[in-house]
Write a protein that binds this ligand. Sequence first.
Ligand code: GLN
Length: 386
Amino acid sequence: MAFSPSQFPSKLPSVKTTIFTVMSKLAKEQGALNLSQGFPDFESPKKLVEEVNKAMLSGLNQYAPMAGIAELREIISEKFSKLYNQYYCPESEITITSGATQAIYTAISTFVNKGDEVVLLKPCFDCYEPAIEINGGIPVYVQLKSPDYKVDWEEFKKKISSKTKMVIINTPNNPTGTLLEKKDLLALQEILKGTNILLLCDDVYEHIIYDGQTHQSACLYPYLKERAIIASSFGKTFHITGWKVGYCLAPKELMHEFRKAHQFTVFCVSHPFQKAIANYLKEPQHYLELNNFYQNKRNLFLDNLKGSKFKFTPSKGTYFQLLDYTNITQEHDVDYAIRMVKEHKIASIPISPFNTNAIDPKTLRFCFAKKDETLKKAADLLCKIN
Ligand code: GLN
């Protein structure tokens, strides 16, 4: 029989090119302002770039240790002690990953088996479901509703079954810009306590929280910490989304299993980048000042949108702002986002690709990790739409 690629049925039949790639590409083709995919349009910190150069020139160009360089794991451990008063052992409970996406993928493929259920709060970031499905797992959805996207923990509880292997949370949340509060984590703890369910936390926006709120890390709650796999990234925190360096924290026994998969997917992460980040992380103001930095940008964007027809609740965290366009059109969000790029020269991300198919929230997500001048230009363009 002749070789035929079509004889390999897709393991991910419903997966298409991500909406981030689609919208960024369209923005480029149309010469539009790109507030779609979440990345800064300003420079990365010069000091950090110099540190990478220094590390390369000093000869750190061969494999790093499999779990990451000790110096970086130690400084991450210190950060958790200082911020949350929680100890993670650098030797056995922290691994440096190729961004949070790899940490999430590795955690899921390490623990989710065929037929296992994984509970997701929708809308959620797009990398969770394919990782679950390619491993034979079954996503189970709890649909949150606009505009506040609060979790109804009674409804959540009904989705837990004897097949539930894992729950995934993401706070601050991409794409909604909402937070889980202390009472949410307490409710979740009450539900998971006494079960054998893992908790995977996507905490990449941990340092981008507004209006005096604080990050509710699962490690603050003992019955969550014992089962929590925390994935995070330096991409958002240090304006270096292209470096793809992140980390994963988990109790020793879980981390031991995680590393078995990690060592045969990436083995280790780029050595000079780890060294540079370790040095930069030693000065806590580099992440502590982020809240104010992005809160000012959010405020600038929203102040300049006051004359527009969009409705919004200010983002509570992340560098994303949702805008409701029901006063302008009733089009489906994907159609409207595409038309907006073509006609108004501004790109955003429609929300329906993050939802289960039934929901069309007539909402677009705008990234405000941009120069002030970009945000003013964007607001000008949006104010002209009626
Ligand atoms: N995290 C980025 C966002 O939400 C996108 C990352 C990606 O393109 N996969 O926009």
